[in-house]
Design a protein around this ligand. Structure first.
Ligand code: NAD
Length: 432
């Protein structure tokens, strides 16, 4: 990904721009212009050959005014302090929009996890929790999966935390295996939430699914489920991609069979699938950059941040973009897209299904009572459709972009909580 070296600076520029639109006090905005705490740790990991390697890990508690902080852990070579802070800021905004009792956090390790054996990966996951054990907790900060981390890794992390604390504590982390207190529906939650937002948008725009051509960048947890659900409704998924490349088919792909192939390959090989989707199906090969510029109706970036920049924004042909990845469009690129009348459903709303069902998992763990899949899906739908309606309504009535409407909602909620905490006088410098 290019142009992402200072993704946090870009996130702050956007926050400043959004804050000018919203009627919130400058002090509230100022409090969000910096992270509360960012921890950097060095993680020694014993490799299978007996040597020790050191990996850099991060955890950021961005803002906890609405509750304990919440955010995923990413394992990726490009993880950086800047990226972790940007992602934690977006979690703060996202939790506020969804109406969750959480602040924002994020974590990550600079590593290519596919280069590690399953045992090395487990040792790294446990080392991360050993380093962060006093910094996370069910009432402090609750991690979850993100790019290249999954339920299996969350299970190892919970196990390590419980070993250190010498007590059961399933609510310390979400996205766990079902057998260790994970929630039904968590695996599909991000994709399902995005699908529900697209469904609501489609109703308002009068879309006929069979006429809508969709390109999806990133065929991981989030990308697969949104693709699957859209296809079920009749949408034509004409392009998908992973880190190794993209495939294109004018007739549209059968999402389920591609995913089954990918999963079978990963079962053979361990935690990650080494087979690129290009190797698994009949296809026309294109690049990830070409996928973004396809002439489609709906573009869904569902991989990493910073993929739409000032360099390619003018070439984007899709009329609608739904950000399933966090931060796929840099702020200046968004201005170009908005000038070209593109409709952008922002990440802080479109991918909030993941944290909503993570919240359900946390609630279930704390009450010791598991909900049915139907109940989880119904509650997710209720919460995300409500958030969507509020954002859409604000956008239409206050004539602002969907992102500006979403940030306005979040900033007002955070502002209300700051005031309710009793700090208003403090922010007025004692003046009544
Ligand atoms: P994942 O690890 O399951 O999948 C990531 C996918 O992106 C894989 O298919 C990978 O091959 C692909 N990819 C990686 N680098 C790429 C590149 N350079 N070009 C194209 N594709 C590339 O991760 P995920 O959980 O699906 O997360 C994807 C995005 O969704 C991230 O931005 C993440 O922060 C966001 N997100 C995820 C969740 C969640 O619950 N999983 C929740 C909210 C947001």
């Amino acid at each position: 990904m290019s142009n992402t070296n200072d993704i946090y600076q870009d996130a702050l520029n956007r926050l400043r721009q959004m804050g000018q639109d919203a009627d919130v006090s400058p002090e509230v905005l100022d409090s969000l212009m910096r992270a509360e705490v960012v921890v950097t740790v060095s993680l020694p990991v014993r490799m299978d050959d007996g040597s020790t390697k050191y990996f850099t890990g991060y955890r950021c508690h961005y803002n906890d005014v609405l509750g304990p902080t919440k955010g995923g852990i990413r394992f990726h070579p490009q993880v950086s302090r800047s990226e972790v802070q940007a992602l934690a800021l977006w979690m703060t905004i996202k939790c506020a929009i969804a109406g969750l009792p959480y602040g924002g956090a994020k974590g990550g390790v600079e590593v290519n996890p596919k280069a590690l054996s399953p045992m090395e990966l487990e040792r790294l996951s446990r080392a991360y929790v050993r380093a962060m054990a006093d910094f996370i907790g069910p009432d402090i900060d609750i991690p979850a999966p993100d790019v290249y981390t999954n339920a299996r890794i969350m299970g190892w992390m919970m196990d390590e935390y419980e070993t250190i604390k010498r007590r059961r504590s399933p609510a310390v982390i979400t996205g766990k295996p079902i057998s260790l207190g994970g929630s039904l529906g968590r695996d599909e939650a991000t994709g399902r939430g995005a699908y529900l937002c697209i469904r609501e948008m489609a109703t308002r725009l009068g879309w006929v699914p069979a006429e809508i051509r969709v390109a999806i960048q990133g065929f991981g947890n989030a990308g697969y489920h949104v693709a699957r659900l859209l296809q079920k409704d009749g949408y034509r998924i004409v392009a998908i991609s992973d880190s190794k490349g993209a495939i294109y088919s004018e007739e549209g792909f059968d999402i389920e069979s591609i995913w089954t192939h990918k999963m079978q390959a990963s079962q053979v090989q361990g935690v990650y699938c080494e087979h690129a989707i290009c190797e698994l199906v009949e296809h026309k090969n294109i690049s990830n950059d070409e996928l973004l510029e396809l002439d489609v109706d709906l573009l869904i970036p569902a991989a990493l941040e910073g993929v739409i920049t000032t360099k390619n924004a003018a070439n984007i042909k899709a009329t609608h973009i739904v950000e399933v990845a966090n931060g796929p469009i840099l702020s200046e690129a968004e201005n170009i897209l908005l000038e070209r009348n593109k409709i952008i459903l922002p990440d802080v709303l479109a991918n909030s299904g993941g944290v909503i069902v993570s919240y359900f998992e946390w609630v279930q763990n704390r009450s010791g009572y598991a909900w049915s899949l139907d109940e989880i899906r119904a509650r997710l739908e209720e919460m995300i459709v409500k958030a969507f309606n509020e954002v859409w309504h604000t956008s239409m009535h206050e004539e602002r972009s969907l992102r500006s409407a979403a940030y306005t909602m979040a900033l007002r909620r955070i502002g209300d909580a700051v005031a309710a905490h009793g700090t208003r006088e403090y922010f007025k410098n004692g003046k009544k």
